[in-house]
Write a protein that binds this ligand. Structure first.
Ligand code: ATP
Ligand code: MG
Length: 332
């Protein structure tokens, strides 16, 4: 067991997980459970960086847990838990925020995007959440962080913070590597291929939730924007079609070139219909299992509680070392 490399990754309970989350991240988590000692976290504290609803936060966290289980995360093989249940995340985040520099946080692309130019009035969490993210990963001494392309810069930051701490105070943290899939690492919004698909988008037509019913999936794909022209093909000037073909290719396990050949000359409508059938068939068992799991909140709480205990054991061992190195000393 201890020979296996450790992985850590998280997902925010900011909305219903979508195809981008599934293809870019969760699918790779599921595939790696045997090979790796896995920690998967529902990062509820991160979901507070933008205005949030207290009534919905806990419900969404538990629902996200149900969805991850439905996607194939096995609570016997992986440690699945809610971030705020393990207090060490916030403790380490504070210590790392004293190691981080303002300039490097301001340089984060997501800070620039999420603050939308309102850098003075936006919540300070938008600036500092990458430090909490660094704490999330470094606490578990993770070797690999399987994420989508949008997280590459944050992983670079956590590597810098871990390295800086190690150099100043002695080797404490494993320095994690980004594990970013070669395909599906950046699934684009269906209505605007200039943006990535996002859970927190206010435009439901921009994403397909893993739990969307079949008729909704079909409708969203019918309305998905396509590029100019009539041919189903890929290319730098065809971001929308490339995106749809990528989704199809990963789900069906067919190379894109073969799909292009299959749909040659038929126009967009039959292609979109076949893609809808493929997505619906793939999501059907996940959706069914999700609805079953959500109907048993007591069992979900039990599973997430069990995960939090396992996570806390590892987190506490790291924090004993961090407190010692930082000069805080042992707790009475
Ligand atoms: P939010 O809009 O609230 O930030 P999100 O859709 O970006 O939500 P996160 O919870 O931030 O989802 O990210 C969960 C994981 O999914 C991360 O590993 C992230 O890199 C990955 N991911 C997010 N969006 C995409 C996407 N469009 N394509 C591929 N991977 C993605
Ligand atoms: Mg995100």
């Amino acid at each position: 067991m201890s020979e296996r490399k450790r992985v850590f990754s998280g997902i925010q309970p900011t909305g219903e997980p979508h195809l981008g989350n599934y293809l870019g991240a969760v699918r790779n988590w599921v595939d790696r459970q045997d090979e790796h000692d896995s920690f998967f976290c529902i990062v509820d504290l991160h979901a507070m960086t933008l205005p949030w609803s207290p009534d919905e936060l806990r419900e969404r966290s538990v629902a996200t847990g149900a969805l991850l289980l439905a996607c194939g995360i096995d609570p016997d093989r992986s440690t699945l838990f809610i971030q705020s249940h393990v207090a060490e995340h916030t403790e380490l985040a504070w210590i790392l925020s004293c190691v981080a520099r303002m300039g490097e946080l301001r340089r984060m692309v997501q800070f620039k995007e999420k603050s939308k130019g309102e850098t003075e009035s936006v919540g300070a969490g938008i600036l500092t959440y990458p430090v909490l993210q660094a704490a999330d990963v470094l606490l578990y001494q993770a070797h690999g962080v399987p994420v989508g392309e949008d997280q590459r810069q944050h992983i670079e930051l956590m590597r810098d913070l871990g390295t800086r701490f190690n150099k100043a105070l002695g080797r404490t943290f494993v320095i994690p590597e980004p594990w970013i899939a070669t395909e599906g690492a950046k699934i684009l919004a269906l209505d605007d291929p200039g943006e990535k698909m996002s859970k927190s988008s206010t435009r439901p037509g921009s994403f397909i939730s893993v739990s969307d019913p079949p008729e909704v999936v079909a409708k969203k794909l019918r309305s998905a924007v396509t590029d100019s022209g009539r041919e189903v093909t890929v290319g730098e000037d065809k971001p929308a079609l490339t995106n749809l073909l990528t989704i199809y290719s990963i789900l069906e396990g067919t190379p894109v070139a073969e799909l292009v050949e299959r749909f040659a000359g038929g126009g967009y409508a039959p292609f979109k219909q076949a893609l809808a059938e493929c997505v619906v068939e793939h999501l059907r068992p996940i959706r069914e299992r999700y609805l079953e799991l959500k109907a048993d909140p007591v069992e979900l709480d039990r599973l997430l509680g069990h995960g939090a205990k396992r996570a806390a054991d590892v987190a506490e061992a790291t924090m004993i070392e961090v407190r010692r190195r930082a000069g805080l000393g042992p707790r009475p």
